[in-house]
Design a protein around this ligand. Structure first.
Ligand SMILES: Cc1cc2nc3c(=O)[nH]c(=O)nc-3n(C[C@H](O)[C@H](O)[C@H](O)COP(=O)(O)OP(=O)(O)OC[C@H]3O[C@@H](n4cnc5c(N)ncnc54)[C@H](O)[C@@H]3O)c2cc1C
Length: 396
C-alpha cells in the first residue's frame, strides 16, 4: 500500500465506507465528522444493487440486509391510483437482493461499527482547521471538541457532503452547488401495506417516491418545482404542505395524507447539483461523493456513488505505485459513472415535468470527455431506475 496514514473528512456514507475499505487494508485512518455522535441527517434511502456490491466489498452486506427491507419490482402509479408499469430491476448476479430500503440511522450504525472494527478512529464534533499539502504529505491541524493531534497524513479524502469545505480548499468557490429549480419534501411514515417495493407516483407537477425501509417503516419524498426556495420553515409547516400536495393523488397514495403525523422527521430543501470540470483532487487532497458530484435524487444513486467512490479509491491505492497514479486512475474510473447518474437524473427530472431535452442533457454542463460517454436514451421516458449503471466490479 502506498499510503500509511489517511485522514477522511466527513463521517457520512462515503467517508465511513472509505475509512472501512482503507483500514481493512492496514491503513491508519482518522475520520473527522462535524456532527455530534448519534446525529444522523435524513430519513432513509434505497440501496440499489451497485450500492449492495459496495457494502459487500467492505463486509457489511448481511448487516445492511438484516437492517433493511429487500424488494424487487418498482411500480409507477398515475394520479388516480392506476398502476402504469411494474419494472423489474436489472439482475444482480451473486447478490441475495437487488434493492434494499434502509433507515439512514441503521445504515450509519452499520457503517460506524464496520469502520471501528476495521481500526479507523472516529472523531465527532471535529473538523480540520488548516491543511498544508506538499509533495510528500499533508500537514493538518484540527478544531472541535475531540480531535486527532495535529499531524501529517499521506492523503486527505474529503467526503464532506454537498457543502464541502475540502472542495473549497481545493477550488475556492468555483463549484458551489447549483439550484435545479426543484425542491424535495420528505417525512417518515408507517409502512402502508400496499408498499412492498419502491413506488413512483405522479399528480400534476408533483412526483411522489415511496420507499419501504423495514416491516414497519417507510418514507415518502415529494418533488415539485420551486423557483424561490423557502428560507424559514418548520417541520409542522412542511408536513402541512405535504398533506396538501398529497390531496392531488387518488387511491391509497392520496389516503396517506391523513397518516402524515411524524412531523419531527419532516424535512424540506432545494435539489442542488455539483459538477466539476476538472479532476476531483490536487496533490494529496481529494473529494468524493456529494462533495464532487451531488446529483438530483431521481435515480436513488447518490449514496451508491459515494460508496463506489470510496471502494474504488481503496482499490486504486492498493494497485498503484504512487499517490498521483492512484488518484488519476481513481478519478478516471469514477467520472463516467458519476456523470452518467447526474445526466440521467437531471433528464428524468425534466421528462417528469414534460420538459424532455433532445439528445444529451446539458445538466452536467461540463466539457469533460468522460461525461460525453453518458448517452441519455429515449427509453428513459419515465423508466426511472430501470436504467441502472453497471456494477462497480464490471468492466469500467
Ligand atoms: C431526498 C433525497 C433522497 C435520496 N435518496 C437516495 C437513495 O435512495 N439512494 C441513494 O443512493 N442516494 C440517495 N440520496 C443521495 C444521498 O443522500 C447522498 O448522495 C449521500 O448521502 C452522499 O454521501 P456523502 O458521504 O458524499 O455525503 P453525506 O452523506 O452528506 O455525508 C457528509 C458528511 O460530512 C460531514 N461534514 C460536512 N462538512 C464537514 C466538515 N467541514 N468537517 C467534517 N465533517 C463534515 C457531514 O456532517 C456529513 O456527516 C438522496 C438524497 C436526497 C436529497
Amino acid at each position: 500500500m502506498i499510503v500509511d496514514r489517511v485522514l477522511v473528512q466527513g463521517g457520512g456514507i462515503g467517508g465511513l465506507v472509505a475509512a472501512t475499505a482503507l483500514a481493512r487494508r492496514g491503513v491508519e485512518v482518522d475520520v473527522v465528522e462535524r456532527r455530534l455522535a448519534g446525529s444522523v441527517l435524513g430519513v432513509g434511502l434505497n440501496q440499489p444493487s451497485n450500492a449492495l456490491r459496495a457494502m459487500e466489498e467492505i463486509g457489511v452486506l448481511d448487516d445492511c440486509l438484516a437492517a433493511g427491507y429487500q424488494w424487487d419490482d418498482l411500480r409507477m402509479i398515475s394520479a388516480d391510483g392506476t398502476v402504469l408499469a411494474e419494472i423489474p430491476p436489472p439482475p444482480a448476479p451473486g447478490l441475495p437482493a437487488r434493492n434494499n430500503g434502509i433507515q439512514r440511522r441503521e445504515l450509519c450504525r452499520v457503517l460506524l461499527d464496520a469502520a471501528a472494527k476495521a481500526g479507523a478512529r472516529l472523531y465527532h464534533d471535529a473538523t480540520t482547521a488548516a491543511l498544508r499539502d506538499d509533495d510528500d504529505g499533508v500537514e493538518v491541524t484540527f478544531t472541535g471538541r475531540d480531535t486527532p493531534a495535529p499531524g501529517r497524513y499521506d492523503l486527505v479524502a474529503g467526503f464532506d457532503g454537498i457543502r464541502s469545505a475540502a472542495r473549497r480548499y481545493l477550488f475556492g468557490d468555483r463549484y458551489e452547488p447549483r439550484l435545479t429549480g426543484f425542491s424535495v419534501w420528505r417525512i417518515s411514515l408507517p409502512r402502508p401495506p400496499e408498499l412492498d417495493g419502491v413506488v413512483y407516483a405522479f399528480a400534476g407537477n408533483v412526483k411522489a417516491t415511496l420507499i419501504p425501509l423495514s416491516a414497519d417503516d417507510s418514507y415518502i419524498a415529494l418533488v415539485a418545482p420551486e423557483e424561490s426556495v423557502q428560507q424559514k420553515t418548520t417541520p409542522s409547516r412542511i408536513a402541512a404542505q405535504m398533506r396538501a400536495m398529497l390531496q392531488e393523488f387518488g387511491g391509497w397514495i392520496g389516503g396517506l395524507a391523513k397518516h402524515i403525523s411524524q412531523e419531527n422527521s419532516a424535512a424540506h430543501g432545494p435539489i442542488e447539483q455539483v459538477t466539476l470540470d476538472e479532476p476531483w483532487y490536487r496533490g494529496r487532497v481529494l473529494i468524493g461523493g456529494d462533495a464532487a458530484h451531488a446529483t438530483s435524487p431521481h435515480m436513488a444513486q447518490g449514496a451508491a456513488m459515494a460508496a463506489e467512490d470510496a471502494v474504488v479509491l481503496a482499490q486504486e491505492l492498493e494497485r498503484a505505485t504512487s499517490v498521483a497514479e492512484a488518484l488519476d486512475a481513481w478519478w478516471k474510473r469514477r467520472i463516467p459513472r458519476a456523470g452518467l447518474v447526474q445526466d440521467y437524473s437531471a433528464e428524468l427530472m425534466r421528462q417528469e415535468q414534460g420538459k424532455a431535452s433532445s439528445g444529451r442533457p446539458e445538466a452536467a454542463g461540463t466539457s469533460d470527455p468522460g461525461r460525453a460517454r453518458s448517452p441519455c436514451p429515449a427509453v428513459l421516458n419515465r423508466a426511472g431506475p430501470g436504467v441502472h449503471p453497471r456494477m462497480i466490479d464490471e468492466d469500467d
